[in-house]
Design a protein around this ligand. Structure first.
Ligand SMILES: [Zn+2]
Length: 281
């Protein structure tokens, strides 16, 4: 673990995880993207009481929950994320829209279940601030402790945007509003789950915002006649040079569906007369 500030650490990984000791309790912000990572993390911690605060329910943030739970830790998350943490198979159920096919059954999409309870039940001490930043997922929550914000997936680092090309989200409007909120927060250090720790996240936040707008514009430009979201996915992924496999296609479809909903709210597209198709207004 790397020390960030007095009694605040980060364990860097494909998902960065925060560790904060306040009096006798160690708070762990997310539990990492693999069992191996979580085991290492546990071995670097003392045997005292632990509390897990999940930023959201995505598999790469909760893979170690079950190990921490076995270790006696209580798991907390936003009310909207709890159902998915308790039943990780719902994650792929909503991505696919039905029982998921083989391509969505790998651990990349699904963690082991753990019994998370609502943040409301947490005996929160004044030092910890839970900041609602929805959009990437319905109940995405950042955790601010002593000037350090563990941002979860509220924004992404430049290297991550370069690698994955698009910032996954389920609600464009809320995601953009959360970026605005994040920029107004006053913190000494910002720790994105995927990106570089910084005292000034402005350029990364700006890049994340620009990436969203690029895809909104690409979707609008690509939508010619009435067409299905899947057709639009094929066009936009080609236009933006995104390679999709059988599984990541469904993540991209979810992202594009959110963009269509956003454009509908803006009065730029609507469902066409042919059920399931979209067209420009
Ligand atoms: Zn996520």
């Amino acid at each position: 673990m790397n020390l960030l500030k007095d009694k605040i650490w980060v364990k860097l990984g494909s998902t960065n995880v925060g560790v904060v000791k306040i009096e006798e309790i160690t708070y762990v912000i997310d539990t990492g993207s693999s069992t191996k990572f979580a085991k290492e993390l546990l071995s670097e911690m003392d045997n005292g009481k632990k509390v897990v605060l999940n930023t959201h329910s995505h598999a790469d943030h909760i893979q170690g929950n079950y190990l921490f739970e076995k270790n006696g830790a209580k798991i907390y998350a936003n009310e909207l994320e709890i159902t998915l943490i308790r039943n990780p198979s719902f994650e792929t159920l909503y991505l696919y829209g039905a029982s998921p096919p083989k391509a969505l059954r790998s651990s990349f999409y699904k963690a082991k279940p753990s019994h998370a309870v609502s943040f409301d039940k947490l005996n929160l001490i004044p030092k910890i601030d839970l900041i609602s930043l929805p959009g990437h997922s319905p109940g995405m929550t950042a955790v601010k402790i002593d000037g350090v914000i563990f941002c979860g997936d509220a924004y992404f680092g430049a290297n991550v945007l370069e690698k994955y090309s698009y910032p996954y989200l389920v609600d464009v409007k809320k995601f953009l509003n959360s970026l605005d909120t994040l920029e107004k927060l006053n913190a000494d250090l910002y720790v994105p789950s995927h990106g570089v720790i910084t005292s000034d996240p402005h350029s990364d936040i700006e890049r994340t915002r620009a990436a969203v707008h690029n895809f909104v514009n690409a979707a609008l430009e690509s939508l010619k006649g009435p067409e299905y979201v899947e057709t639009l996915c094929a066009k936009v992924s080609k236009k933006m040079s995104i390679s999709l496999n059988a599984g990541t296609f469904y993540l991209f479809r979810s992202f594009m569906s959110s963009i269509l909903e956003f454009l509908e709210k803006m009065g730029k597209v609507k469902n066409s007369e042919v059920a399931g198709m979209w067209e420009k207004i």
